[in-house]
Design a protein around this ligand. Sequence first.
Ligand code: SAM
Length: 213
Amino acid sequence: MTLDAEAKMQFLFALRSKGVMDKRVLTAMEKVDRGAFITGHFAERAYEDVPLPIACGQTISQPSVVGMMTQALDVQPRDKVLEVGTGSGYQAAILSHLARRVYTIDRHARLTRPVRKMFEDMDITNVTVLTGDGSFGVPEQSPFDRIIVTAAAEDPPGPLLAQLREGGIMVVPVGQSDAVQSLIKVTRGPEGFEYEELLPVRFVPLLEGLGQE
Ligand code: SAM
């Protein structure tokens, strides 16, 4: 077995051992090469289960956390999904294999521009990459069947709750940015929102406004 194939096998094993069991999620994660979303010498560590630095002082999340969040989101093939926090584009690429349509938004144009280009090169046609403050959601495309937030908010943002379809699911890390946060699954039922705490996580904060160029 080549080193690369062995690293990938260990990668999938690490995902399973951390609780990522959903076959569709594992298949999508097997298809998406995390190494393509990391530049410089950190690319060598693409198959380790650790978060890694990307541009703008941001991070590509730990693969097992990406897997757990995607699993909790329970994306269905006809779903329209919103991701807040494009970062490297890795999570959006995984979602592109699971959903009908994906909108992903980041406050840094310096991140969204190369991701848009990369998706064109990869022939990923069902993802729209937007630049803006995602805490307000994307009202013109709402309601969404699923919303995933990949930066920590003190509370699930009101505009995002409002843009979640009835029956929809939102996954969001909640808590102070300098402390351990909780990953929360929000389900919108006919009577209102139900909240379930999933696991402790650590994410960069959801910030207001646009990032500096
Ligand atoms: N999902 C990403 C991936 O697959 O690489 C990782 C996201 S990184 C942990 C968090 C991202 O959230 C950063 O790129 C940051 O710029 C973005 N972010 C923070 N606040 C935001 C906001 N209000 N609106 C949109 N993006 C925001």
